[in-house]
Design a protein around this ligand. Sequence first.
Ligand code: ADP
Length: 396
Amino acid sequence: MKILVVNAGSSSLKYQLFDMDEQKVLAKGNCERIGIDGLVTHKCPGKKDYQASAAFPDHRAAIAAVLALLTDKELGVIGSVDEIAAVGHRFAHGGEKLRKSSVLGEEEMKYLESIVGLNPLHGPPAISGFKACKEVMPKANHVGVFDTSYYSDMKEEAYVYPIPYKLYEEYKIRRYGFHGTSHRYVAGKAAELLGNPNAKIITCHLGNGSSITATVNGKAVDTSMGFTPQDGVPMGTRSGAIDPTVVTYIQKVKGYTAEEVDTLLNKESGLYGVSGVSSDCRDICTAAENGNARAELALKILVHNIKKIIGSYVAEMNGGDALVFTAGIGENDRQLREDVCKNMEFLGVEIDEAFNKSCPRGEIADISAKGAKVKTYVIPTNEEYMIALDTQNLTK
Ligand code: ADP
């Protein structure tokens, strides 16, 4: 079965075509600058990468270009669009109702449209992307996979904020959690490695956006991101958790509007805000190595906050069987992994520092020290595969 995975952003449309029988990616790429001018990158294993300018006035034009590439005589990998049995669409937000991956019918779409207010950045482009795909592939089964749905089973005490309850009832202000597809994938892999589907697992997805999730029995029990992805650990440009009155205080002393504070906390804070160097962890590591004190501080704040959340989840779960690092920073920054795991013997976390430094990139690695009570793994994430798998399961 061939499955196309689509991740539509406001000006981009990323895609991957999977052959699920062969368990391989046939082609992948990205249409960028949609609505501006248009640039497409298309890669197929064993063939030369293709990049070209193209006119993409909207998502429909972008998906039409993707299908033309996939069926192209030279660059393509399939004979006809009809070979695509199903399309898996990534949605950041499924609200309270879309609690698991679902076939997208009229009812689901109406609901997704009704909650765009909760998700103003990702909701509208994801919906446009879906509509465009449905139009050009009417015969395929279309499935929505939601970042939030992994958190649907959290207990009320984990998701209801201690603010007037009416705000939850009227405006659905609550913790939703994000990156769920990535956490579900790596937590599933860790449970497999442990040979224990009931394991207590803490997964650290540390990338440009970062979140930490606690999983027990294959279900998320808590997560660091909240009503929006802004909560939790400091990120590239997002602050992560701060005392909420900092917001109102900034508004008072600087005279900022709500939008201006939002920009400050989303685009000018986090690793970038503290270091003043960059939002990219590699640049900050280099600056810190060259003696930049604020770059060093930014990294220390990140490590401090990751540790704090890990500790709180161990307390919440009454223990832990595995700690997992994934995404750009988690998979690649060996020093950060060492710093996070240092002085956590009390919790049972101990890593093999030499292997942590030398383990191959891009592969699953067990970096735990011999005899450590808690296993520590590096597991490359694969959200697209998870989306393809859900789509396949809902198509059979
Ligand atoms: P996104 O959230 O955009 O998907 P990624 O998961 O690709 O982001 O992670 C991007 C982050 O990973 C950047 O901060 C980048 O600096 C960091 N990163 C990638 N490689 C390394 C590395 N070798 N050392 C440290 N950080 C790295």
